[in-house]
Each structure stands twice: as structure tokens, then as C-alpha cells.
Design a binder for this molecule. Structure first.
Ligand SMILES: Nc1ncnc2c1ncn2[C@@H]1O[C@H](COP(=O)(O)OP(=O)(O)OP(=O)(O)O)[C@@H](O)[C@H]1O
Ligand SMILES: [Mg+2]
Length: 145
């Protein structure tokens, strides 16, 4: 059954926690490697997950990242609580960023995260409610259905 869940795990992401930032994508990467997922696919998932995780750390208060591995695809859902995104189309533009000077000094704020997530994903859905939070759903296929 192509849609059957093989493995799933949920991670909590705390806004502003730069010490732990990147840990979720690192763990997902090692899970995928350990079950023998092709390295090109692992790289795509790692990039997309890292960017999604960092967006919660940088732009939101807290979030949950849900990771599901099925026989055909990897599903990543990130639901956060925070300021939300007013204009999704604008946020998706390469180079658009509202990151502060402080964040830019840390190497973030190129405005490339969301475009890179989309590039690396087969399925991409981004919805947001201003003052409430943001929901990002991506899928990356690892086997031809
Ligand atoms: N989870 C989120 N909550 C609120 N705003 C967000 C969220 N994710 C993205 N944004 C908004 O969309 C903009 C673009 O996001 P994107 O990830 O492309 O760039 P960035 O995070 O600013 O910089 P980079 O990812 O290159 O470090 C952000 O600057 C921010 O305004
Ligand atoms: Mg980003």
C-alpha cells in the first residue's frame, strides 16, 4: 500500500533557540540514511527540513515538525505559532527577507529558505494566518509510485 506509514516522529522547535537549531534536520538525515534512502533524496530532505526548522527558530515562537516516511515519499509538516506571513507570494520571492540585522550577522536572512524548500520538494503547500502561525507541508518522493 503506497500510502502506508512506515515511520513517523514529531519534533518540537523552540523559537530563538540557536543552540539547538539544526538538530531536527540532522536527526531526520540520519534516520533516512540508516534505512537506506538514496543520498540525493536524503540531501533534498535535509536542505528542506533545515530551512523549515530555521524559519521557526528565526521567525516564529515555537513549532512542531512532523516527519513521516512512507514506502513512496517523505512527508514533512511544520506547524508553528507566531507572527505568521502576511503575503505568501512575496515571502516566496528569492531575496525577500524580514530578518533583522542581528540574524543577518549570524548568516541568516538571505531570503532563500522558502524558495529552496520549494525547489527541493515534489509537493509544497504554505498557508499562514497573521498573528496566529504558519503551516508548511512538503513531500519528497523517494520511490516511483
Ligand atoms: N515560519 C514563519 N513565520 C513567520 N514568517 C516567516 C516564516 N517563514 C518565513 N517567513 C517570512 O518569509 C520570509 C522569507 O523566508 P525565507 O526562508 O525565504 O528567507 P529568510 O528566512 O528571511 O532567510 P534565509 O532562509 O535565506 O536565511 C522571511 O523573512 C519571513 O518574513
Ligand atoms: Mg529562512
Amino acid at each position: 500500500m503506497p500510502g502506508t506509514e512506515l515511520y513517523q516522529k514529531e519534533f518540537f522547535i523552540k523559537g530563538g533557540d540557536f543552540d539547538k537549531a539544526g538538530e531536527v534536520s540532522t536527526e531526520i538525515k540520519s534516520i533516512l540514511k540508516s534505512v537506506g534512502i538514496n543520498s540525493d533524496i536524503v540531501r533534498k530532505v535535509a536542505i528542506a527540513t533545515f530551512e523549515a526548522e530555521m524559519n521557526v527558530v528565526i521567525h516564529a515562537n515555537e513549532g512542531d515538525l512532523k516527519f513521516i516516511l512512507t514506502p513512496v515519499e517523505i512527508r514533512i509538516t511544520v506547524k508553528d505559532k507566531g507572527k505568521g506571513i502576511e503575503d505568501i507570494e512575496l515571502a516566496m520571492k528569492e531575496g525577500y527577507s524580514t530578518a533583522t540585522e542581528e540574524m543577518r550577522e549570524m548568516g541568516f536572512g538571505a531570503g532563500m529558505g522558502l524558495p529552496n524548500i520549494k525547489k527541493n520538494a515534489d509537493g509544497f503547500e504554505l498557508t499562514s494566518e497573521v498573528g496566529v502561525g504558519t503551516l508548511l507541508k512538503i513531500t519528497i518522493r523517494h520511490k516511483k509510485a
